[in-house]
Design a protein around this ligand. Structure first.
Ligand code: HEC
Ligand code: HEC
Length: 148
C-alpha cells in the first residue's frame, strides 16, 4: 500500500484516538467512567428499618425516614403514609404526626387536610440505605438549631 493510500486511514485513526470526550476527567463519585457514559451504580438494597429517629443536620431539614417504605402506595386517590402520619390517625398508629406546616396552603391558610404542597411525602422525606458515603462531607449545621 502506498503512503498516499494510507493517509486517510491514519487521519481516521487520529480522529478516533483524539475524540474520546471525557477521558482524563475523573469525578470521585463516578470513578473512571467518562462523563458522557452512564455509570452502573449498585442497586439499592434493604433500607434501614431500625425505627430510630435520626438527628437533623440543620434547622428545617425534613427528617429522614427510619422505617422501610417499600410498597407504600401514594397516588391521587390514596396516600399510605397518611394512614399512619395524618394528625387524626396518630393516636392509633403511634407515628409522629406531620407537623402543622404540612396543613398550610401557599397563602399560609390552615387547611383541614394535608396541603397538596405536602402530599408527595418522598419529595422531601427519604429512607436511608446502610451504604458508606463515596465522597467526604464536612457540612456543619448552624450553631443553635432547635434540637428537633
Ligand atoms: C404503619 C404506619 C406507618 C406508615 C404507613 C408510615 N409510617 Fe412513617 N413512621 C411510623 C412510626 C411508628 C414512626 C416512628 C419511628 C418508627 O417507629 O419507625 C415513623 C417515623 C417516620 C419519620 C421520622 C419522623 C422524625 O421526626 O424523625 C418520617 C419522616 C416518616 N415516618 C415518613 C413516612 C413516609 C414518607 C411514609 C410513606 C412513604 C410513612 N412514614 C409511612 C409509622 C408509619
Ligand atoms: C415540601 C417538602 C415536604 C413534603 C412534601 C412533606 N414534608 Fe414532612 N417535613 C418537611 C420539613 C421541612 C419538616 C421539618 C420542619 C417542619 O416540621 O415543618 C417535616 C417534618 C415532618 C415530620 C416530623 C414532625 C415532627 O413534629 O417532628 C413528619 C412525621 C413528616 N414531616 C411527615 C410527612 C409526611 C407523612 C408527608 C406526606 C404526606 C410529608 N411529611 C410531606 C418537609 C416536607
Amino acid at each position: 500500500m502506498k503512503l498516499r493510500q494510507l493517509l486517510p486511514l491514519l487521519g481516521l485513526l487520529a480522529v478516533v484516538a483524539g475524540a474520546q470526550p471525557g477521558t482524563g476527567l475523573v469525578d470521585a463519585a463516578r470513578g473512571p467512567v467518562a462523563v458522557d457514559k452512564l455509570t452502573d451504580p449498585p442497586r439499592l438494597a434493604n433500607a434501614i428499618n431500625d425505627d430510630v429517629r435520626r438527628p437533623r443536620n440543620y434547622d428545617m431539614q425534613p427528617p429522614t425516614i427510619p422505617h422501610r417504605v417499600d410498597g407504600y402506595q401514594i397516588d391521587k386517590n390514596f396516600n399510605k403514609c397518611l394512614d399512619c402520619h395524618a394528625r387524626a390517625k396518630t393516636e392509633f398508629s403511634l407515628a409522629i404526626p406531620v407537623s402543622p406546616t404540612h396543613y398550610l396552603d401557599r397563602a399560609g391558610k390552615v387547611l383541614p387536610q394535608v396541603s397538596t404542597r405536602r402530599y408527595f411525602c418522598m419529595q422531601c422525606h427519604v429512607p436511608q440505605d446502610p451504604a458508606q458515603p463515596i465522597v467526604g462531607n464536612a457540612f456543619e449545621g448552624v450553631a443553635a438549631p432547635t434540637g428537633k
